[in-house]
Ligand binder design. Structure first.
Ligand code: HEC
Length: 96
């Protein structure tokens, strides 16, 4: 967790924004690229990822992932690689 805090601080992200609605920083365990991208791109508006996941439906479904990919292309994430990373990250949380 210390490593994550360092990573996020380096990027100038406030932890309060990144973890605002997860309620628990401990849920975020590894620093995957998608986690970092989520924190820097989405968290300022959406808070923690659980709020977003509750809107997307099950990301275990490839069709839902494809739908989210199309949505994010118009929604703050024009970079396809970054979309992939964020979707993978959200899908990982979804499976827990
Ligand atoms: C500048 C603020 C802002 C940023 C940055 C932002 N969003 Fe959003 N997002 C919104 C708003 C506003 C809505 C619409 C909320 C509503 O309908 O109540 C929304 C809606 C959504 C929805 C719901 C779509 C639906 O069809 O219901 C998802 C999923 C989503 N955002 C994911 C993301 C992800 C992932 C990121 C990061 C790549 C992101 N957002 C970045 C403001 C933002």
């Amino acid at each position: 967790m210390v490593a994550d805090i360092k990573t996020l601080s380096t990027l100038g992200i406030t932890l309060s924004a990144a973890f605002a609605s997860t309620g628990s920083a401990a849920q975020v365990s590894t620093s995957q690229p998608g986690e970092v991208a989520y924190a820097s791109t989405c968290a300022s508006c959406h808070g923690g990822p659980s709020a977003v996941i509750s809107r997307t439906g099950s990301l275990n479904d490839p069709a839902t992932q494809a739908q989210l990919d199309r949505f994010l292309a118009r929604h703050y994430t024009r970079n396809a690689e970054q979309r992939r990373a964020i979707i993978d990250y959200l899908a990982t949380l979804n499976r827990r």
